[in-house]
Design a protein around this ligand. Structure first.
Ligand code: SF4
Length: 357
């Protein structure tokens, strides 16, 4: 039996602090993704291997993919109030698709909504592919959240990564999405060429200040066949180590928790063809859990500082049990160094953390 679980929580203390440790995105829980790798993209970005990342090949054109998606969606039971469902156009640059292809996607969305199979919809795009006309079109077809592949707000990093826009454009695009009445999602790429842990923390601060509905962090990897793979071979690029990634993203995630902003991705989703093609970079099967564990320690350190007293008890949601001690319990010593040995840690049915002195 694991000794660090104690069913009895200690009595409330007047000297305590309650803090956030994660927020869920309050949208449809069921998301049906439609991947459109490279579609509409003005170029292949130096690190991008979206076809392998998404496991989708569009060599047969868009029509078969849309027909298959529509058929599968119509076979699902209609949505009810308690069972919302979202269609998400991911990958590529949705707002720069050829007009006919974008219309085909949006018409399918209309039919699925009319048939009651969809309640929400989102698309992802680049910050330099927006316009009032595009906003009008997306709005007319019920897209309610736009995710921007910002990657960074730092002009030097964007330039080193050859993204083709600067930090001011990235910031302006986020504001345009919000001012046009859409929910905003921001994707960041820690470890991209030209970035550093300090740059990424500033990126996360800037993103959080915009109050987006969600964030995604995609630690930069080096897939074979990309420009980044060549730069790696030539010694022009070094990926972040796993340790650097975990500690930096852990800090950023703790910041997002404090702001109650959901971070809905902490690593690229597993995909066998993509995993086989990764040459270097912070890839780990439990990367998300390692980052969450780091964020939890950072959050508790902050809470101890604020409390100004040695902690006597830490109450955590049960969901933390699976990750707080890290891989093979490697974080136990760090918890103990904070004065939080297993007998002082209690798991509850709540959603927030509480530190008691
Ligand atoms: S714009 Fe986005 S999807 Fe297109 S190549 Fe660049 S990173 Fe990949």
């Amino acid at each position: 039996m694991r000794k660090y679980f104690c069913p009895e929580t200690p009595p409330p203390s007047e000297r305590s602090i309650i803090f956030e440790i994660g927020t869920r995105q309050k949208r449809a829980k069921s998301i049906r993704p439609v991947f459109l790798p490279f579609s509409g993209c003005p170029m292949h970005c130096v690190y991008c291997a979206q076809d392998r990342q998404t496991g989708t090949n569009l060599s047969g054109g868009l029509s078969p993919l849309l027909a298959e998606t529509e058929k599968a969606m119509l076979a699902l039971p209609p949505c009810a109030e308690e069972t919302p469902r979202e269609l998400a156009f991911y990958g590529g640059t949705f707002t720069a698709l050829p007009a006919e292809e974008r219309r085909a996607c949006l018409s399918m969305l209309d039919r699925l909504r009319e048939a009651g199979r969809i309640t929400h919809a989102r698309c992802s795009t680049r910050p330099d592919a927006l316009s009032p006309a595009i906003f009008g079109e997306l709005n007319a077809h019920g897209i309610d959240l736009i995710e921007l592949g910002i990657q960074s707000f730092d002009t030097a990093a964007l330039s080193a990564s050859r993204r083709g826009y600067d930090g001011a454009t990235a910031l302006r695009a986020c504001r345009m999405v919000l001012e046009a009445g859409f929910e905003l999602g921001i994707q960041l790429l820690p470890g991209m060429p030209g970035s550093s842990p300090d740059v990424f923390i500033k990126d996360a601060e800037q993103a959080l200040a915009l109050k987006p509905s969600c964030l995604r962090f995609y630690p930069c990897l080096v897939p074979a066949g990309t420009v980044l793979a060549r730069w790696l071979e030539e010694g022009r690029y070094s990926p972040w180590s796993l340790e650097e990634t975990v500690s930096t993203l852990g800090r950023a995630l703790a910041m997002a928790w404090q702001e109650k902003t959901p971070v809905i991705r902490l690593s690229v989703a597993p995909e066998p063809a993509f995993d086989a093609a990764v040459l270097a970079g912070p890839r780990h099967p439990a990367l998300g859990a390692l980052i969450q564990a780091e964020a939890l320690i950072v959050s508790v350190q902050e809470a101890i500082k604020t409390l100004g007293l040695p902690p006597q008890a830490l109450l955590l949601p049960r969901s933390c049990q699976g990750f707080m001690y890290g891989e093979h319990g490697m974080l136990k010593a760090r918890w103990a160094a904070l004065g939080l040995t297993p007998e002082r840690i209690f798991f509850t049915g709540g959603e927030k953390a509480e530190l008691r002195a």
